[in-house]
Design a protein around this ligand. Structure first.
Ligand SMILES: [Zn+2]
Ligand SMILES: [Zn+2]
Length: 431
């Protein structure tokens, strides 16, 4: 989706000599990163195959944790912490150049889905981030760049209890300036990705029992309250925004057919384009729930559980990513959209919460589709995410992410510009 009314920073291309020198330096970095990862990928391919072939559920990524931290320990000059921040399968690897400078980071996802394995392709996310982290450090050592590079092994993305949120709350990102990650699909190549915010509302109604045949007028029917609320939510949908999504189901519709129901319950999942819009939507849906209570006299209890925040992408980091993506040979289809155009993904990630804490990139990349062209969370995509073609796309993503990190480390003042843009974006999202 195109969000047109955003205020854009227009960067004019200048054609003086300094600019041409800059172009040449970037070209040079792009080809060095390219060559480095072309060699590295022989070490990463077996890791990718192992993780894809051994899918593990959220917070139980024991095998992935082991092979990834063993691998990082085998690399020079990385400090690796296993089972970090109170999570068995979280890990951190840090490289310190020894010179003060920006601190860049990449998140390494590991978890799979129940029954359908790596149908979200998190093995590819892990490989892209590993390649990016290692290539960044290679450039830092070769060119004596300042700063630090972090790799975070981030468990449990699938679900509502994101490992990145736990890491954020535990202070893991305290010294970190920017966070980068990617996600495979079959449709988009884009570093400027927005995702939805979501939350879950549990509603319960407490009525009053009475004999349904002899004295129903003495009762309060909790199911009636819930049905009124359900219908009120259905009516509300006409006045919601195109990016709002309300899903609802009845989880308890009473105990028997011939009684006045003393208890009824439902669950509502809400999605919205921004965290602030999600709050508004929660308010409106809660009002519908209260309407059911008001109409029947039942008591209502509403519990809100925060899911993931929307992802606010950083356009300056995205611009670096696009530059390197397009410098690398054999640019795949589809091309990255023109500068400044958002890609709107109707799903949620805990990288969204990270994006409210620091400038973030969550780059989408298209892998060769499976036979049925299945999207993430399908069996077809599980197959597609284990192929060599998919792996090679993740390597390209790793190269573009490394280029982005190198830009941040080598360009004095760029970090400040990125953070100023981030502040404006977050202020706009929270307005
Ligand atoms: Zn997923
Ligand atoms: Zn995913």
């Amino acid at each position: 989706m195109d969000i047109e009314d955003d205020d854009w920073v227009v960067v004019h291309k200048e054609t003086n000599e300094g600019e041409n020198d800059g172009q040449k330096v970037d070209d040079d970095f792009a080809s060095q990163i390219d060559e480095f990862i072309e060699v590295l990928q022989a070490c990463l391919w077996p890791l990718n195959t192992f993780i894809h072939g051994n899918p593990e559920l959220a917070f139980k990524e024991y095998k992935a944790h082991k092979v990834l931290t063993d691998f990082m320990r085998s690399r020079q000059d990385w400090q690796v912490s296993t089972s970090a921040y109170g999570m068995e399968t979280a890990w951190v690897a840090v490289y310190d150049s020894g010179a003060a400078g920006p601190v860049v980071s990449f998140n390494v996802e590991m978890d799979a889905l129940p029954d359908i394995g790596h149908a979200c392709g998190h093995n590819l996310i892990a490989m892209a981030s590993l390649a990016a982290g290692l290539a960044t450090v290679e450039m830092v050592t070769r060119h004596k760049l300042p700063g630090k590079v972090f790799l975070f092994g981030t468990p449990g993305e699938e679900g509502m209890d994101g490992g990145k949120i736990r890491l954020l709350n535990a202070g893991a990102y305290e010294s970190v300036d920017i966070s980068m990650i990617s996600h495979p699909g079959i449709l988009n190549n884009s570093p400027l990705v927005r995702t939805t915010a979501f939350s879950v509302l549990d509603v319960e109604y407490f009525g009053h029992a009475a004999h349904a045949a002899k004295s129903p007028w003495l009762g309060i029917n909790a199911l009636d309250a819930l049905i009124i609320a359900y219908n009120a939510v259905s009516v509300l949908r006409q006045q919601t925004m195109p990016t709002d999504v309300i899903g609802m189901r009845i989880t308890n519709g009473g105990a028997a057919s011939n009684i006045i129901h003393v208890y009824a319950a439902g669950v509502c999942v809400l999605r919205a384009a921004t965290a602030s819009r999600l709050k508004e939507l929660q308010q409106k849906v809660s009002d519908c729930f209260r309407a059911g209570a008001q109409a029947t006299g039942a008591r209502v209890d509403i519990k809100v559980t925060d899911g993931y925040a929307d992802h606010v992408p950083n356009r300056i980091l995205a611009s670096s990513y696009t530059k390197y993506w397009n410098m690398l040979p054999d640019v795949p289809n589809p091309p990255i959209p023109t500068e400044g155009q958002f890609t709107w993904i109707q799903s949620s990630t805990d990288q969204g919460n990270i994006s409210y804490a620091m400038p973030s990139v969550n780059a989408s990349f298209a892998i060769p589709p499976g036979r049925k062209g299945g999207q993430p969370h399908s069996i077809d995509f599980e197959e597609a995410s284990g192929t060599e073609g998919a792996f090679l796309r993740s390597m390209r993503v790793g190269k573009a992410l490394a280029g982005t990190a190198v830009d941040v480390l080598k360009t004095p003042g760029l970090m400040k510009t990125i953070k100023e843009q981030w502040r404006r974006d977050i202020d706009a999202a929270e307005a």
